[in-house]
Design a protein around this ligand. Sequence first.
Ligand code: ATP
Length: 240
Amino acid sequence: EPSTPLLRLQELKIAYGGIQAVKGIALELHAGETVCLIGANGAGKTTTLNAIAGVLPIAGGDIHYKGERINALPAHRRLRAGIALVPEGRGIFTRLTVEENLRMGAYTRKDAAAIEADLERVYTMLPRVKERLAQVAGTLSGGEQQMVAIGRALLSRPRLLLLDEPSMGLAPLIVEKIFEVVQSVAREGVTILLVEQNANLALEFAQRGYVMESGRITLTGSGSALLQDPKVRAAYLGEE
Ligand code: ATP
């Protein structure tokens, strides 16, 4: 193995009460990679992402980040360490303005000048968002809200960006725009773990992918290999 992975999950188990949603999975991400986690509804993808972000406790196994075991590290400390989550449903503060939402992303930081500089970078990356800074976020379109959620995550200066179904409920043209933004974030060197039900989109975007079924990882490979895999095509790309 050439280097310590940025993130490593080993035998990870997550339960809701007595129900095991994630049943001992292994996953690795190296710095700078784009990786996706695909699978049907209820496979455990969101659960896995939330556990990495620390918003959900784990029932067994290990999470290592930059070589350190972070199993018990609270979510805000993980955020400060560079793990940012763009949650399912976006998690926008609907009654706050766009600018207030963005600034929330920097709540663990104290470097005021750098925060302003990062805001400017986000405005450059997301011009549509910049036009609406004073608007109440609840009145934005779904696509605009997704942009704000990504922008907010960037305000924490992430090393690892966890994206939960950014395409959900959005028209194809908007999805394309969102993925252009995510691609430019990746090009800046941010490591990305993307959860998607849209397997085609996810596998075209990501260098590598993992397939999750009923709480287990059943298949892994490069994005292009998984796109051509007959099992993946039959189960997730709507082919016989
Ligand atoms: P989706 O794309 O629908 O979000 P998913 O792959 O992300 O699917 P999860 O949301 O992680 O799947 O759900 C995995 C399993 O855990 C499912 O069986 C789900 O019903 C269960 N589950 C999720 N959240 C809870 C909860 N808060 N309480 C109890 N069970 C839950």
